[in-house]
Design a protein around this ligand. Structure first.
Ligand code: PMP
Length: 447
């Protein structure tokens, strides 16, 4: 009788092994910063479901808006007519986008679908075939987006042939160049822009290149904010060659970095902005924004889909934007970010376990901790890790220690980086609790 089988065992039996899973917990309820399992375990969630529930799990105003929409209209098919709730959402969304020229949108369901929509638009608008992606990038697991992902080979492995016409350039990140953590930013920017120019000389000619796509804070690739000078440099080279600049803010958008979108900080205008995850706090909604001039180059009928901008998800998203304003969410991001950076820097400087930390970086509540055990020219593990007597790959061990203490924390796809990505509504006390658990976990690993 399947009703008697433990839910996790049933899941293991009947859900594809192709889904990698951090834990065997069965999530049943969640509120704010906590998730409760079917066994009654209360977990402190520092993942926000990978940057999705930015307003905390089941924010009452978002849930209420979605519930109300459920008894109004749930499916307003965009290839058949306009959706009233989608239009109401667009009115709230346009003013918070990073540039007034981004005045035309298209909604989809997932981040990967939105990335594909951006590539379709770039190709249709420029009539050029190729795209350039960043080393370390993550754009999704569909065929086209797996082709564009450069954080880990598993996303494309054994799923080929992948989409052709994708070329790779460097993201300004010291460990990507095998350089020390204190390498000056100007040097990293100089090297990366040089690599970009070489990409256009050696891999894909400007006349064949539709777009370059960048995560303004690289996500799965290690939580590294792109320096503003790099974004300005890319913009300039793109303008010289008629190449579009696409910002994938699927993970860094919707308040995550302390601004609604990280690219605002640099003042650089992307030609296409991609958003998803945080926009609807857990309901499937994604999309792209661009200029009317570019968007209208697409032939009627070429875009759309059954659930493109689903009505319930749009109602949730509209409530999300209102909550950002009503509850001063960005003020909390600034305060909690200061608290988290303060804690991590103190830990790094003043405790033996903290000496395992090589680099702390990020913006707002998108914070990465790089441990020292990464591949270098000299070999595998470095001095700090060796001194502490630990094995390579500290991050996954810290994640496991946090789990033992009922806290969910994620690593990233690249070597030995942990990411802090809590709900933006996390309280001072909850973050203090999380920091305490992190410290204990790191100490357990350093032993
Ligand atoms: N782009 C970025 C930057 C992401 O972080 C992700 C998801 N982690 C995606 C695209 C893909 O989004 P989805 O999983 O919703 O397809």
């Amino acid at each position: 009788n399947s009703a008697d089988v433990d839910a996790a065992s049933f899941g293991e039996q009947h859900i594809t092994k192709g889904i990698g899973r951090l834990t065997k917990h069965v999530f049943e309820d969640a509120k704010g910063t906590f998730i409760t399992t079917d066994k009654g375990v209360k977990l402190l969630d520092l993942t926000s479901g990978i940057g999705v529930v930015n307003l905390g799990h089941c924010h009452p105003k978002v849930s209420e808006a979605a519930a109300k929409q459920c008894s109004k209209i749930t499916h307003a098919q965009v290839n058949i007519g306009f959706s009233a709730v989608q239009i109401a959402l667009i009115k709230e969304l346009l003013p918070i986008l990073p540039h007034p020229s981004l005045d035309t949108v298209f909604f989809w369901n997932s981040g990967a679908e939105a990335v594909e929509a951006a590539v379709k638009l770039a190709r249709a608008a420029t009539k050029k075939p190729n795209v350039i992606v960043m080393q370390g990038s993550y754009h999704g697991r569909t065929n086209a987006t797996a082709s564009m992902t450069r954080s880990k080979t598993i996303y494309g492995e054994s799923h080929g042939p992948l989409m052709p016409g994708v070329f790779t350039t460097a993201f300004p990140y010291y460990s990507q160049f095998g350089l020390p953590a204190d390498t000056p930013t100007e040097e990293l920017v100089r090297q990366s822009l040089l690599q970009f120019k070489l990409t256009l000389q050696q891999q894909t000619a400007p006349s064949d290149t539709a777009a370059v796509i960048i995560e303004p804070v690289i996500g799965e690739g290690g939580y590294v904010p792109a320096p503003p000078e790099f974004l300005h440099g890319l913009r300039k080279i793109c303008d010289e060659h008629g190449i579009l600049l696409i910002a994938d803010e699927v993970q860094s958008g919707f308040g995550r970095t302390g601004k609604m979108f990280f690219i605002e900080e640099s003042g650089v205008k992307p030609d296409i902005l991609i958003f998803a995850k945080g926009i609807a706090n857990g309901f499937p909604l994604s999309g792209i924004a661009s200029t009317k001039a570019l968007m209208d180059l697409q032939k009627p009928g070429s875009m759309g889909g059954t659930y493109a901008g689903n009505a319930v998800a749009c109602a949730a998203a509209k409530a999300v934007i209102q909550v950002f304003q009503e509850e001063n969410i960005l003020d909390n991001v600034a305060a909690r970010s200061k608290q988290l950076f303060g804690f991590l820097e103190d830990l790094k400087a003043n405790s033996p376990a903290g000496s395992l930390i090589e680099d702390i970086r990020g913006s707002g509540l998108m914070v990465g901790v790089q441990f020292a055990d990464r591949p270098t020219d000299a070999g595998s593990s470095n001095t700090a890790a060796t001194k502490a007597g630990s094995q390579p790959q500290i991050a996954p061990k810290v994640v496991q220690e946090c789990l033992k203490r009922d806290m969910l924390l994620l690593s990233t796809s690249i070597f030995d980086v942990l990411r802090f990505i809590p709900p933006l509504t996390i309280t001072e006390q909850e973050l203090e609790q999380a920091c305490g658990i992190f410290k204990e976990s790191l100490e357990a690993v350093a032993k």
